[in-house]
Design a protein around this ligand. Structure first.
Ligand code: G3P
Ligand code: CA
Length: 269
């Protein structure tokens, strides 16, 4: 199809390690990202929150309770305060069958620490979380990518780093700060059906890909999105049957907590 762009031409959907290999290791820790690379994921997915002192950290929730021994909002804590927290023991308690003693030493990581450790070893997919509350996050993300030499034409064309958000305004802001950086419009579960041609045309003005919930994905809506010139990815798929189903739709990437399962499924072609 003349509509397809490079990532869409891949015969095998990219394996996007959702929060790292987060089925087997505590999400958004070095343990989880290291394991994603070991399991041969193509892309590591990283959610970002902003600290009280304006640092960007890898963290999914707005609050600390679920995945650390701390409490309260991430944005109400300084980086120094967050660095005292244990980001792994919750996993050992919740999933004793997958627990490892070493996980109890895992820390919250900054985007800078992550770029220093993983740039060049895997592609990175970075999500700016709740940008309407994490004010100025776009600037911090652009500066961090710049510091690590990631804002290059080669990286842009290889989609070495993609930044995603559910919030269009945040992507548009980042587009002005880092022209050329590939951007992904994340689509809330249930919202794919709201996307007709005018909405797709609008998305195309600032983003080159979309991510849709796998329970919304059909052969028909994936085809429509691709015909609008968008790369299509789907989140978050952990079981083999859905991975097989989605692969017949021509999607370009699968977000999964179990990169080893997706790599195994796609390796035979
Ligand atoms: O593209 C959406 C993907 O990042 C999954 O979303 O809610 O797990 O951060 P979430
Ligand atoms: Ca995410």
């Amino acid at each position: 199809s003349p509509f397809l762009t490079s990532e869409a031409e891949v015969t095998k959907p990219l394996t996007i390690a959702h929060r790292g290999a987060s089925y087997d290791a505590p999400e958004h820790t070095f343990a989880s990202y290291d394991l994603a690379i070991k399991q041969q994921a193509d892309v590591i997915e990283i959610d970002l929150q902003l600290t009280k002192d304006g640092e960007v950290v890898a963290f999914h929730d707005e609050t600390l309770e679920r995945t650390t021994d701390g409490a309260g909002l991430v944005r109400h804590k300084t980086l120094a305060e967050l660095k005292t927290l244990d980001a792994g023991s919750w996993f050992n308690k919740k999933y004793p069958e997958r627990a490892k003693a070493a996980y109890s030493h895992e820390k919250i990581r900054t985007l800078d620490e992550i770029l220093a450790r993983y740039a060049g070893r895997a592609k990175l997919n970075i999500e700016m979380k709740v940008p309407e509350k994490n004010k100025g996050m776009e600037q911090q993300v652009a500066l961090s990518l710049q510091r690590h030499g990631m804002l290059t034409a080669e990286n842009f064309s290889n989609r070495t780093v993609v930044v995603e958000s559910f919030t269009p305004a945040s992507l548009k802001k980042l587009k002005t700060l880092a022209p050329g950086l590939p951007l992904n419009q994340s689509i809330w579960k249930g919202d794919v059906r709201k996307l007709a041609q005018p909405e797709l045309t609008t998305i195309k003005t600032y983003a080159d890909s979309v991510s849709i919930n796998y329970q919304d994905a059909t052969a028909e809506n994936v085809r429509q999105l691709k015909q609008a010139g968008l790369i299509v990815r789907s989140y978050t798929i952990d079981n083999e049957r859905d991975m097989e189903r989605l692969s017949t739709y021509g999607i370009s990437g699968v977000y999964t907590n179990r990169p080893n399962v997706h790599v195994m499924i796609t390796s035979d072609g």
